[in-house]
Design a protein. Structure first.
Length: 81
């Protein structure tokens, strides 16, 4: 199973777009997804505050900032093979 973590924060338009993208991708792929608010963890806030949203797939960062659908789909396809 594919495991995705979306690191985000409240009131972040790019984060909301990335979360909506994940919802759509879950219709095509079997994905265990989790949205993590970086503001609730000082270590995550320090690491990702300037690059959110950040998408992690099976432990590896695959996208950050303005997330591109094609890039994410390509990563999902390569991981699911």
């Amino acid at each position: 199973m594919l495991s995705i973590i979306l690191y985000s924060r409240p009131s972040c338009a790019l984060c909301e777009e990335a979360e909506a993208m994940l919802t759509l991708l879950q219709k095509e792929y079997t994905i265990d997804s989790q949205v993590v608010n970086i503001e609730k963890d000082e270590r995550l806030h320090e690491a990702y505050q300037l690059s959110i949203p950040v998408l992690e797939l099976n432990g590896s960062i695959i996208a950050e900032g303005r997330i591109n659908w094609n890039d994410v789909e390509q990563a999902l396809t390569s991981q699911s093979e």
